[in-house]
Design a binder for this molecule. Structure first.
Ligand SMILES: Cc1ncc(COP(=O)(O)O)c(C=O)c1O
Length: 416
């Protein structure tokens, strides 16, 4: 796979058993990657194998316990390679939202009334509401980085007055799960660092689409979820060790005091964790290099190029359709292959029902928890957006079928 320049789409598709599914006699087309990708076979096999071989809890003197510890260690190594971090900086949890609630409580133990935190208008609420809840509990001041509702990018013109010496933490998403905009996190983190504030990056939507180097980004804490990148439902926190050492999570008294275990409350999802390394190795399989970290970087550039080509085809074709309103940042703005739109005269839920029932095309509708952006763009009262989200297992043929179905649906609606 790694030696061919052409994207090996057929070989990729064979690795995803869910692509064999049909609905009403048609092959299913999964365009709902941002809600959760399909799972690569090697990950599924690894989960099944873990459970079939005999699972166990940690710290036992028997082989299944030792194997469980090894599985967790290799998953952490793979995640460390994914983000340019180290193994002791990686902790697991239920999902990004739950980890963020836990971390917001832990981090804020030293904050005082009047301290400030910064959130954004473009983010998924999972990186907003845990911070608002703590702000309410402690009397913190919440400052917002505004979004330009037309341009669909963060407005950083008053960054210096929003992030100041009073700021304790800046919570920002790397990419918008609603409209795909990739935010200028480096610029934000430079300012935050200069002011002594922590940078908390939600990389849930971004992780499957491009290489993320935690230190280049300037992220102190970076969160993601394996179910968005071809693996199981496991939440992941990557925390800079010097900061992690100082965090006091709410934990049981006898549980470990050391990093990263101290954040992992209760027994983890061992079988899910067994599925993480194969998902990361699937991405690395597209790349070249002596180490997995190198293969991940070059693998992602192939994925990005392939997905962007498909996404551009969709954006360009949709741009010619009169009854489609696209919600996309300007072409110069870097984006994930996530395309939000409305069809004039037909609600998002109806578009999605039609796509699923008539064509077996699974696209999602709603605000996708990016509710502030949904309010500001005015789509919430109309049922949000329709969102097409691509993954490396999507093909040109699927894109063509989707565009054809869209032409069909727009030709049925009356012009308003
Ligand atoms: C950008 C973004 N952040 C956070 C979340 C929440 O992640 P989790 O389901 O792991 O809590 C999602 C889920 O869709 C997301 O897309």
């Amino acid at each position: 796979m790694a030696n061919s320049n052409e994207f090996p789409i057929q070989a990729v598709r064979q690795q995803f058993p869910a692509l064999n599914r049909t609905y009403k006699g048609k092959p299913v087309i999964y365009f709902d990657g941002p809600g959760g990708s399909q799972v690569v076979r090697s990950s599924i096999d690894s989960i099944a194998q873990y459970m079939m071989n005999g699972g166990a809890n940690l710290h036992g003197q028997f082989i299944t316990s030792k194997e469980t510890e090894a599985v967790i260690a290799e998953a952490k190594k793979a995640i460390a390679d994914l983000f340019g971090a180290s193994v002791d900086e990686v902790a697991f949890g239920a999902n990004m939202t739950t980890l963020t609630f836990a971390l917001s409580r832990a981090l804020s133990r030293t904050w005082k009334k009047g301290d400030e935190i910064v959130v954004t208008e473009i983010d998924h609420r999972a990186n907003v509401d845990p911070w608002l809840a703590i702000a309410e509990d402690l009397g913190l001041v919440v400052r917002w980085l505004r979004v330009d509702p037309e341009g669909l990018t963060l407005d950083l013109s008053d960054l210096n007055s929003i992030i100041t010496e009073k700021t304790r933490l800046v919570a920002v998403g790397l990419a918008s799960n609603g409209v795909g905009t990739i935010n200028q996190v480096e610029q934000i983190s430079r300012r935050a660092r200069a002011m002594g504030a922590l940078v908390y990056v939600d990389a849930v939507h971004a992780t499957p689409h491009f290489s993320i180097q935690r230190d280049e980004l300037g992220a102190d804490l970076l969160l993601c979820s394996a179910y968005k990148f071809f693996g199981p439902h496991v939440g992941i926190a990557v925390i800079r060790s010097d900061i992690f050492e100082g965090i006091k999570p709410y934990k049981l008294q006898p549980a470990p005091e050391y990093i990263p275990d101290k954040l992992e409350t209760g027994t983890q999802n061992h079988e899910g964790i067994a599925g993480i390394m194969p998902a990361i190795d699937f991405i690395a399989g597209f790349g070249q290099g002596a180490t997995r970290a190198e293969r991940l970087i070059s693998g992602f550039s192939r994925i990005e190029e392939y997905e962007n080509r498909l996404a551009e085809k969709i954006r360009t074709e949709m741009g010619t359709m009169t009854k489609i309103k696209l919600y996309q940042a300007k072409s110069a703005v870097r984006k994930t292959p996530t395309i939000a739109f409305e069809v004039e005269g037909i609600s998002p839920v109806e578009v999605c029902r039609y796509m699923a029932e008539e064509h077996g095309i699974f696209v999602a509708d709603g605000h996708f928890y990016a509710t502030t952006l949904g309010d500001l763009t005015g789509v919430n009262p109309r049922g949000g957006w329709v969102r097409v989200g691509l993954a490396p297992y999507n093909s040109d043929e699927e894109v063509d079928l989707f565009l054809e179905a869209l032409r069909e649906i727009t030709s049925r609606t009356k012009s308003c």
